[in-house]
Design a protein around this ligand. Sequence first.
Ligand code: SF4
Length: 156
Amino acid sequence: MKDAVGREIDYLRLSVTDRCNQRCFYCMPDDGVELVGHADLLSFEEIRRVCAILTGRCGVSKIRITGGEPLLRRNLASLIRMLAELPGRAPELVLTTNGILLPGLADELAAAGLSRVNISRTRCATRFWLQYADPAPGCATSNSLSRPHTGRVSSL
Ligand code: SF4
């Protein structure tokens, strides 16, 4: 698949939720955003069907799972397993996350077929990582400014 100027498109960014447990000022206004209702989100089966077409017929070989904060999407490991088991050559599955929920989910996600994780290191998440983790050398991170999220964020 090529774009309008002939560049090869082999990479899909897949947003699985608009919810987040951070409030970076450039992303989330103080009074919040209007969230999409659960019924309006693509189901895992619908996502799998779209990805099967894009990987099977259109040359997509890498899928980056994003949000919002993708780890807030309930049963994300099930979706990753479904994508890892797509027919044909399995796409590389990459996750971009603020990392806050990662310690409790990392093993399950890896077992489901996740290839790689990119941690976007917001100020609050950085505090969390400094407290609980020793980032590996060469770990891909990016810095940003954020406010602590004071409301309750539930998984979808
Ligand atoms: S962590 Fe990412 S999705 Fe969440 S508020 Fe910050 S920029 Fe937005």
